[in-house]
Design a protein around this ligand. Structure first.
Ligand code: HEC
Length: 121
């Protein structure tokens, strides 16, 4: 009985340790793929995980800037402030606010998506 319990604990630990949250955790920045960047697959998850705590339409802590959905994001992509803020280059406010800069690969993906014309893909 005791042995069976150990096997159970071991399996639980082993199985849960094989979980990864994102492609970036599995592959380092040198493997960063910046061609055919997709809004729904690449850009939106970055925004959901790092930006939407402040930048939803209903939020009162995002300076009135809404980044929910392609149409809303397109406005800031076109103005240059989306790329400028995540690259933290003047005169744009550095984003994500009060948090660490995004990983290099995420910034490259955003930049590449904007350069491709910010498609709704
Ligand atoms: C903790 C809240 C918070 C988070 C998280 C956050 N922002 Fe912001 N953001 C703000 C506020 C507040 C402003 C208004 C300007 C200022 O106060 O700096 C702003 C401004 C901006 C602007 C306009 C910048 C300019 O200079 O015109 C953009 C674009 C932006 N955010 C994008 C993002 C992106 C992209 C992310 C995620 C990578 C993000 N923000 C994460 C709070 C946040």
């Amino acid at each position: 009985m005791k042995n069976l319990f150990s096997v159970y604990i071991f399996s639980a630990l082993f199985l849960t340790s094989c979980y990864y949250d994102s492609v970036e955790d599995l592959y380092p920045a040198s493997e960063c793929i910046t061609v055919n960047v997709s809004f729904s697959q690449d850009i939106q998850p970055i925004l959901v995980n790092n930006c939407l705590t402040c930048h939803t339409a209903a939020s009162t802590i995002g300076g009135g800037i809404n980044l929910e959905g392609h149409e809303a994001v397109l406005f800031y992509a076109n103005s240059g402030s989306l790329v400028g803020s995540v690259k933290q280059s003047a005169p744009y406010s550095a984003m994500p606010k009060s948090a660490a800069k995004l990983e290099a690969c995420k910034i490259l993906k955003i930049e590449s998506w904007v350069q491709a014309g910010s498609p709704n893909n």
